[in-house]
Design a binder for this molecule. Structure first.
Ligand code: NFS
Ligand code: SF4
Length: 626
């Protein structure tokens, strides 16, 4: 297996180097090969100036005034087309996160009604807190009675026609007032997403700024609505994460056990897969077939969910999903929804791996479909695990090649866990920020993207931040990248600046805190809101900044929009398809300051991206007089 220079250029992760060399040896194609075949990518698409919203088109606007059409057939300008395309991306992302939240609400409802096939209410304290927020009575009532009312209340948020989404009221009063003033305080989550689809239909909203405002409104419904519901209800059902140690990277696959990769997003499935994999009968069956046991590992955000709550090892992030299969050691790749490459089907066919889809919403070529059903959750999960176990004897030993690398990490920093680590109040953190020991806080999140050297954007940016005493909170594929390089160990404080190092050492925490999956960015919002409220200021006044160094998904577009709408300056490490619209670009990078008190910046160099964030934090500190 030859690790050539071009392979070294693709990732900073040695497991990726090894598996890409292996893929070449076996003649297998990966996402990187397909990316290269796609080059050059479409220039109109990159600028965001192509439109297929009606069948008079497709239309595309020439970036050069004298070299082609400057308007679509209906008369739409580049800015109109760019704005419509951008907010349709927000609609897609907000829909994905929010449908995830809805599935959690549904599971809570079934559980409260006694119909949840194996689920229980694990965090009663959180249930009580949420009930209070919703004005639901708790005295002399069973947890099921309270949960039933709560499930109905959060379910109703999706289709709410008027009024506001309850969790948005966690934001500081000034922030809510600003949203109201700008007309972007969202009503029901579904309503705002539908309104994007309506407004972007041919001949409806043709004012780029008005379009973007609706995009921001829907994104707020995602961050402070759908995503926050997903997080909070997951905590009620599966427990609020607390710090736990585990390991990350492809080396978590085991040569002598049945390996199950749980990939996708919703803990509704993965929690039950874990329960099923612990079933004594299935373990005995695995042993009778020659395996030493059943090894469940996570991938992508489902991996984040189960490592946070159970310390289940994490196999990797988005760009490693194909590589897990190429190890030849995976008995089953079990998926639900989101960020699952359709290439997995044909790839699994080159190995013994069973590719099992479980959601009627997400079917794939080459997959076996076993429909998951919350009412029979544990039974179906056992059926799925059984397929994996029975597949073990089909593993071809000659094809097995598992990288050694795996790195220890400490994860599980929910807002509650952070406050607990601080001794019960935010005060020590506020003091550390005021004294300058902690210069500021950065939320670094988002995907992988083959346009950028895998994990390099994430890790280089995070290292630069902690070196400059900026505490990093992270989710998603960034969190996985940080875990794999050891930044999530308390010992990593040695890589931090002096002030941050001291704080981390005193508290025994890493300088990079794993807050969960992408819907758990809502935890970052809630933490920022709590800090702002404690200081009596708005979120936009805080020395905080956000970044998505390797983003690619529509969900990331929605995230970026709601983070900026929440008042947090955000750096994007891959270029969004908006540059063909000068008005839109100006609104996002400048004009948004007057609307929501924050803007986007685009910087593909991670070290320079960190510098932009630090400069922003400096500015906010100066304004606060600290
Ligand atoms: Ni977020 Fe998670 Fe990863 Fe990006 Fe996909 S797994 S929900 S979208 S790729 S961070
Ligand atoms: Fe072209 Fe306008 Fe139709 Fe879009 S909506 S495809 S710009 S005619």
């Amino acid at each position: 297996m030859a690790v050539t220079d071009d392979i070294l250029e693709k990732s900073i992760d040695p497991t990726v180097h090894q598996m890409l060399a292996r893929a070449r040896e076996l003649g297998l194609e990966t996402v990187w090969d397909r990316y290269e075949k796609m080059l050059p990518e479409c220039g109109f698409g990159e600028l965001g100036v192509c439109c297929r919203n009606c069948n008079m088109g497709p239309c595309r606007i020439s970036p050069f005034e004298d070299q082609g059409p400057q308007r679509g057939i209906c008369g739409a300008t580049a800015d109109i087309i760019v704005a419509r395309n951008l907010i349709r991306m927000i609609a897609g992302g907000a829909a994905a996160h929010s449908d995830h939240g809805r599935d959690l609400a549904h599971t809570l409802l079934l559980t409260a009604e006694g119909k949840g096939g194996g689920y229980e209410i694990k965090d009663e304290a959180k249930l009580a807190t949420l009930a209070k927020e919703y004005g639901i009575a708790t005295e002399n009532r069973t947890k099921e009675e309270i949960a039933l009312d709560l499930a109905k209340a959060v379910y109703a948020e999706f289709g709410r026609q008027e009024g506001f989404v309850q969790f948005t009221r966690r934001a500081p009063a000034k922030r809510v007032a600003q949203w109201q003033k700008m007309g972007i305080d969202p009503r029901g989550i579904d309503r705002e997403i539908v309104e994007i689809m309506h407004r972007t239909h041919i001949g409806v909203d043709n004012d780029p700024v008005n379009l973007i405002l609706q995009g921001l409104k829907a994104s707020i419904a995602d961050g402070w609505g759908g995503s926050m519901i997903a997080t909070e209800i997951s905590d009620v059902l599966f427990g609020t994460p607390t710090p736990v140690r585990s390991v990350a990277n492809l080396g978590v696959l085991k040569a002598d056990e049945v390996n199950i990769v749980a990939h996708g997003h919703e803990p509704v499935l993965s929690e039950m897969i874990l329960a099923a994999a612990a079933d004594p009968e299935l373990v005995a069956k695995a042993k009778s077939l020659g395996a030493k046991g059943i090894n469940v590992v996570g991938m992508c955000c489902t991996g984040n969910e189960i490592i946070m709550r159970h310390g289940i090892p994490l196999a990797g992030n988005f760009l490693q999903q194909e590589l897990a299969v190429i190890t030849g050691a995976v008995e089953a790749m079990i998926v639900d929804v989101q960020c699952i490459m359709p290439s997995l089907g044909s790839l699994c066919e080159c190995f013994h791996t069973r590719f099992i889809s479980t959601s009627y919403k997400a079917k794939f070529p080459g997959a076996i479909h076993i429909q998951f059903n919350e009412e029979k959750a544990l039974d179906i999960a056992k059926q799925i695990v059984k397929v994996a176990v029975e597949n073990y004897p089909r593993r071809v030993q000659d094809k097995v090649c598992i990288p050694d690398e795996k790195t220890e990490c400490m994860v599980g920093f929910s807002t509650e866990a952070v406050i607990k680590a601080l001794g019960g109040t935010l005060d020590p953190l506020l003091e550390a920020i005021k004294s300058g020991a902690v210069h500021g806080i950065a939320g670094v999140v988002g995907c992988n993207n083959p346009k950028i050297k895998h994990d390099h954007g994430h890790v280089a940016l995070v290292r630069e931040l902690i070196k400059n005493n900026v505490l990093v909170v992270t989710t998603g594929c960034n969190a996985i990248a940080c875990a794999k390089v050891g930044l999530m160990l308390p010992e990593a404080a040695a890589d931090a600046g002096e002030g941050l190092r001291g704080v981390c050492q005193a508290l025994g925490v890493p300088p990079v805190l794993h807050m969960g999956s992408c819907v758990d960015i809502s935890r970052i919002l809630a933490t920022c809101a709590a800090v702002a409220n404690a200081l009596g200021v708005d979120i936009s006044d805080l020395p905080v900044a956000g970044a998505a160094p390797e983003w690619m998904s529509e969900k990331a577009v929605s995230i970026g929009a709601y983070v900026v709408s929440s008042g947090i300056f955000t750096v994007l490490g891959t270029v969004p398809p908006v540059l063909g619209g000068p008005v839109v670009t100006d609104v996002l990078t400048r004009g948004a300051e007057d609307v929501v008190g924050a803007v986007f910046a685009v910087e593909t160099d991670p070290v320079k991206g960190a510098a932009l964030m630090i400069a922003h934090i400096d500015k906010k500190r100066a304004a606060l007089g600290i």
